[in-house]
Design a protein around this ligand. Structure first.
Ligand SMILES: NC(=O)c1ccc[n+]([C@@H]2O[C@H](COP(=O)([O-])OP(=O)(O)OC[C@H]3O[C@@H](n4cnc5c(N)ncnc54)[C@H](O)[C@@H]3O)[C@@H](O)[C@H]2O)c1
Ligand SMILES: [Zn+2]
Length: 358
């Protein structure tokens, strides 16, 4: 069992990583909490595959437990679904002893975190991420949110879990496209923070993608440790935490121009990272070859690296890049690389971003 401590004063908590550990969650919960009543929030699909192991472990420790199902993907991240879950929690007699467990991808985790932070002004939260993206990114850092018609993640809080429980073995059931998307975020933290880890990925990413237990566990552990370190230094995104947006400014623009359904988040980030690395080179900030190393690593993972119809949709991209659509020359806080493993923020207008990056 590997443990990473997220250092946040009285909100400090461990991330525990161990292949095959899903059935041991009950034991961990009974150690961590006094007479807990456990409610697991999951989806029908993930529940069918992985709730059994969790429930058996909870039953072994004689812990009172129940399950609430929510919809798949971002269909779960609405106030309506949250409202329905509050109803069910009250129906179940949930109280301040109740421990809410989010078992699923980042969408399930975000909804569960939001509910845990608001129900009875906050009850205990345990994250059990089951997608690679959720294991290395969404479950670490305490951000949660539901979506609003005006945009993604607009309604949410910062609320730290008491425990993050990661079983890399559950990724065996994750579709390949989702595994690739999660690996994009692994590449991201290596690129902004840890040159040695980036080199390790260049050597080992194929094994990790092929679900080699040791390689995959190492990739998850290193990525979590980096995110935990960054969050420990800047929980509320006053500065450093924004480096985690590397590849995301252009990535989000690509996602929104292409329509969220066609381009997955990790794919947008993949294209966005190559773009941002090229831009860093062109501004004379990063040494030549930096973007090419990132691109070739992403290609080996099976991710797209060149955005579709870039030139044709120039205006749409400019709009998508602008924070305030009316102020075209307003600067965006753009994350650039100084080298592999070292990033910084530089203010650029959408025009400058497109001009330099193309
Ligand atoms: N809070 C944060 O800091 C943070 C960070 C990044 C992303 N997010 C959020 O996370 C969400 C994206 O997360 P995601 O990519 O995990 O998406 P997701 O939760 O929508 O899951 C993607 C798909 O994978 C399936 N899945 C998950 N685990 C599985 C498994 N073990 N086996 C088979 N199928 C499995 C899900 O059922 C779903 O169909 C977005 O809502 C995003 O806003 C939050
Ligand atoms: Zn991301």
């Amino acid at each position: 069992m590997t443990t990473i401590q997220v250092m946040l004063g009285d909100r400090s908590h461990p991330i525990r990583i161990q292949p095959g550990s899903l059935g041991d969650l009950g034991e961990a919960i009974s150690k961590e909490f006094d007479q807990p009543r456990v409610v697991v929030i999951t989806t029908p699909k993930i529940g069918e595959m992985h709730y059994g192991a969790v429930a058996t472990g909870l039953a072994r420790l004689h812990l009172e437990h129940s399950r609430i199902d929510v919809p798949e993907r971002d269909r779960a991240k609405t106030l309506r679904v949250a409202g329905r879950v509050y109803d069910e929690l009250l129906e179940l007699g949930a109280d301040r002893q109740t421990v809410l467990v989010g078992l699923g991808g980042g969408a399930t985790g975000d909804l569960t975190g939001f509910i845990a932070s608001t129900f009875l002004r906050g009850i205990s939260l345990v994250q059990v991420p089951t997608s690679l993206l959720a294991q290395v990114d969404a479950s670490v850092g305490g951000k949660n949110a539901v979506n609003h018609a005006r945009g993604k993640n607009l309604i949410g809080t910062f609320y730290q879990p008491r425990l993050v429980w990661i079983d890399p073995d559950v990724l065996a059931t994750l579709p390949l496209r989702e595994r690739r998307c999660g690996m994009a975020e692994v590449v991201k933290v290596a690129a902004i923070w840890d040159a040695a880890f980036f080199e390790w990925l260049e050597e080992n990413v194929k094994s990790a993608m092929a679900l080699d237990r040791d390689a995959l566990t190492h990739a998850i552990t290193r990525a979590c440790a980096i995110k935990a370190e960054v969050v420990g230094l800047d929980e509320r995104e006053a500065g450093l935490r924004s480096l985690l947006n590397f590849g995301h400014t252009v990535g989000h623009a690509i996602e929104s121009v292409a329509d969220y359904r066609k381009v997955r988040h990790g794919e947008g980030v993949s294209m966005g990272m190559v773009f941002a690395a090229r831009l860093s080179e062109r501004l004379g900030l990063a040494p030549g070859g930096t973007a090419e190393r990132i691109r070739s690593l992403l290609i080996r993972i099976g991710l797209p690296t060149e955005p579709p119809d870039w030139d044709k949709q120039r205006k749409a991209y400019l709009d998508a890049l602008a924070v305030d659509k009316k102020v075209r020359d307003e600067k965006v806080r753009f994350v650039v690389l100084r080298s592999l493993g070292k990033a910084e923020v530089t203010p650029l207008t959408p025009e400058e971003i497109l001009a330099e990056g193309l």
